[in-house]
Design a protein. Structure first.
Length: 95
């Protein structure tokens, strides 16, 4: 599944909980920026009900969407959270 900011790969698993993987290329930016992206993804995952589903999910960043600033802007963070939340809901409905 593709959103504007991220690409999702997901697969049903045999566990009672979901697992999250995050892939961020070095082209995305320096370590501070990559870690900030990963923290945002983990936070949305932690707050969602998706973690109680039985999916393995891989979130891959879309390097072209984000500007080359060191820190993501508030608008970019809001868009990322919205996209992640809607994707988790769509994946859960596809069970």
């Amino acid at each position: 599944m593709r959103k504007k900011t991220v690409l999702f790969y997901y697969k049903k698993n045999d566990l009672n909980n979901s697992r999250l993987g995050i892939a961020v290329s070095k082209k995305f930016g320096k370590a501070v920026r990559r870690n900030s992206f990963k923290r945002q993804v983990r936070e949305v995952f932690r707050k969602s009900t998706f973690k109680n589903s039985s999916f393995d999910i891989l979130v891959v960043s879309n390097n072209r969407y984000f500007k080359r600033d060191i820190v993501m802007t508030d608008e970019q963070i809001k868009n990322l959270r919205d996209n992640l939340s809607s994707a988790f809901i769509e994946i859960t409905k596809s069970e």
